[in-house]
Write a protein that binds this ligand. Structure first.
Ligand code: ZN
Length: 699
């Protein structure tokens, strides 16, 4: 670089991103950010980052840990600051202005990454450091050695060794793919809002709990309907209201609204986007020397190969469908008691599953919900379990604010009362929020820069009218614990390097800690504290608690089948060469159906958890060819749950061991080595098969 630019010259010093926030824990000053701040901050951040990396690679001094690895980790702070704040906001509270910024910035970020990773100078610098390590001239600590290993792998995977012509094509592909992913996410949110079912006759809501009717009325009012009730859609296929709606025709309408999202034609149709995405990803994988995109993804995970992925999915699918068929037979019987001769359809499943659960276990969601009030579940369930396991305590900080009035900020204290970080949570569904539930880092823990974690959980719980309590379904309770498990991974991270913080682990490993945290929802001590009637204060009757535990296996056929079907669709789209993929939007549904049939998982009453046209994880998010990771990491999860059981369950000693050996280490080492240290051996699949009811002989 001949002249070193003044890096923040064109970034107004008054903008909130110019320097780290001075609020506690560097929480962004959300209220100070205006949409027009983002683009200049991104531009200045990218320029700063490129200049810093160029200075590192041009350094005439021999490569060392400090002047190469540490310097790379210190670089790009402005860009990190703006990107974490921005993408948290576009996922949780977007607007047309923010959508426009995202569409502009996403491909430029892809180009920025390519400018760094495809530059042979960086690869050469890393190779030089590696050579010095091999020669014994430089000694790296374990985290730095792992960082060097992953960086060298990342530049190779990016295509640094390819000829210039191929690199040019890669750059173009990366930009276009990023643009398509952004478009898919934006179209899907608009489509999901559009597809909500407006009911104008209250009689059609028969069966729905009063609090759900009130929430549907509030949702309609929120969208400007003077009368009527709006049944808004969750991201997945099976909508919660289907478990309660008595009118079969209304259930059918709601179900069809859900599963036809993205393929109805019109401006929010997602088929053309996903077809092009699948094709371009296949072409990119080919350029990089892989048979297809799924192979490119698998090699970077703990699975390593698509053969291993297919073997796992193929092993589970037949047993799961057999279980789902058994469940379907029981449901159809219940259906026919009311509708003689009727055939069980997908829109009947939830209602009659609840009916049969009620018959067999005298338990259903409607009975449970008054005992599952949000504030108690959070305080006396989610937070309580974290206190028992890790010694953490939580205090609401009313003086700190999020980007929306619904966002709450909690300060998290460690066992010795020192401040550990901030936990932000945003529970409610709204039009501006993408569907689903997820965790974001807003500040990633790292010792190098002395940063403490600021971690966010987002949910999509229907908001009750003002003043009413939020009563949860059992699924929502599990989701609270799940997402908080990701939050703990971020909050308890104790690593030196930002890029190894918390959830910066392989995609097919990242669900492991969050799934482990789900088990505390059913722990008798935890459940006993939070499952309390919101009006009477009575604890949930002991026999219900018992039943809740034993009824967990009921419905596993459905859950496993709908999950596996989605994982198989993801692999089908991504285990193809460009030529093997359909080109016409009219072929999308047939492709999907064929993939499910070939895998032996096509079963009409149980559609995939996400159909291709609303599969946000793989076409808008970062899970492309990686959705299998949930069940892959559930092997570790179920095996770890056994470990907790063997060692006495909810105890500080266990929490501390899990924290020390696993959560605190983030991605600072080979995560499977961390698992083996915890468990004392390789993972075993038995506990997963038992949990999901897949080890019993089919009858
Ligand atoms: Zn998760």
């Amino acid at each position: 670089m001949s002249d070193r630019p003044d890096l923040t010259a064109h970034l107004d010093e008054a903008t909130p991103f110019a320097a780290a926030s001075t609020l506690p824990y560097a929480l962004p000053d959300f209220a100070a950010v205006r949409p027009e701040h983002y683009l200049p901050a991104f531009e200045a951040g990218m320029a700063e980052h490129r200049a810093q990396v160029a200075a590192i690679t041009a350094d005439p001094e021999p490569a060392t840990e400090e002047n190469t690895l540490v310097a790379l980790e210190r670089a790009g702070r402005l860009l990190t600051r703006v990107a974490l704040e921005f993408f948290n906001r576009t996922s949780a509270h977007t607007s047309p202005e923010l959508d426009a910024v995202e569409a502009e910035v996403a491909p430029r970020l892809a180009a920025h990454r390519d400018a760094i990773y495809l530059d042979p100078a960086l690869a050469a610098r890393l190779d030089a450091l590696d050579a010095r390590v091999s020669a014994g001239e430089v000694v790296l600590g374990p985290d730095a050695a792992w960082l060097l290993h992953t960086l060298r792998k990342d530049v190779r995977r990016a295509g640094v060794a390819l000829p210039e012509e191929a690199k040019a094509e890669l750059r173009e592909l990366n930009g276009r793919i990023t643009t398509l992913e952004t478009s898919f996410g934006q179209a899907l949110l608009a489509e999901t809002n559009d597809a909500a079912l407006l009911v104008t006759d209250e009689a059609e809501l028969e069966g729905l709990a009063p609090e759900s009717v009130a929430a549907a009325r509030a949702a309609a009012a929120g969208r400007g309907h003077e009368t009527g009730w709006l049944l808004e859609l969750q991201l997945y296929s099976q909508q919660p209201a289907l478990a309660a709606l008595r009118r079969r025709d209304v259930r059918e309408r709601l179900h069809l609204a859900s599963v036809t999202r993205g393929l109805r034609g019109g401006e929010h149709d997602t088929r053309a986007l996903l077809l092009e995405l699948a094709r371009l990803r296949a072409r990119r994988a080919r350029l990089l020397g892989y048979a297809h995109h799924a192979a490119y993804v698998a090699v970077d995970g703990t699975a390593r190969t698509t053969e291993a992925v297919n073997a796992m999915l193929g092993r589970l699918a037949p047993a799961a469908v057999a279980n789902a068929r058994k469940e379907a037979a029981a449901l159809e019987q219940a259906l026919r008691a009311e509708e003689p001769g009727a055939t069980l359809e997908a829109w009947d499943w939830s209602l009659y599953a609840e009916r049969v659960r009620q018959e067999r276990f005298a338990l259903d969601d409607a009975l449970l919900r008054p005992y599952l009030e949000l504030e108690r579940v959070l305080r006396d369930g989610v937070f309580f379990a974290a206190e028992r396991l890790y010694g953490l305590t939580f205090a609401r900080r009313e003086d700190l604010h999020g980007y929306h009035p619904d966002v709450r900020v909690y300060e998290v204290f460690d066992a010795d009362s020192s401040g550990l970080g901030l936990f932000l949570v945003d529970f409610y569904q709204r039009e501006s929020k993408h569907r689903g539930a997820w965790m974001n880092e807003i500040v990633a823990q790292n010792r190098l820069l002395g940063e403490r974690p600021v971690i966010m959980n987002n949910h999509n719980i229907p908001k009750p009218p003002a003043g009413e309590p939020t009563l949860l379904t059992w699924d929502e309770v599990e989701t609270l614990f799940h997402e908080f498990g990701h939050a703990l991974h971020g909050l308890l991270s104790d690593v030196r390097f930002p890029s190894q913080s918390g959830t910066e682990v392989p995609r097919d490993f990242v669900e492991f800690p969050s799934q482990v945290n789900e088990i505390w929802a059913l722990d008798p001590e935890v459940l006993g504290r939070y499952a309390v009637h919101h009006e009477t204060g009575e604890p949930m009757p002991a026999e219900w608690v018992e039943k809740l535990v034993v009824s967990q296996l009921w419905g596993e056929g459905f859950k496993t089948t709908e999950y596996l079907a989605a994982a198989i669709l993801d692999q089908a789209w991504h285990q193809r060469t460009e030529d093997e993929l359909p080109r016409d939007v009219a072929e999308v549904e047939a492709f999907e159906q064929r993939a499910l049939e070939e895998a032996g998982i096509a079963f009409a009453p149980v559609p995939p958890r996400y159909r291709s046209t609303y599969f946000q994880h793989i076409f808008a998010g970062g899970y492309s060819a990686g959705y299998y990771g949930y069940i892959w990491s559930e092997v570790l999860d179920a095996d770890t749950v056994e470990w907790f059981r063997e060692n006495g369950g909810l105890r500080r000693e266990n929490g501390d061991a899990f924290r020390r050996l696993l959560l605190s280490r983030g991605g600072s080492m080979d995560v499977m080595d961390a698992f083996r240290e915890l468990r004392g051996r390789d993972p075993e699949i038995g506990p997963l098969l038992t949990r999901r009811g897949l080890d019993a002989p089919a009858d």
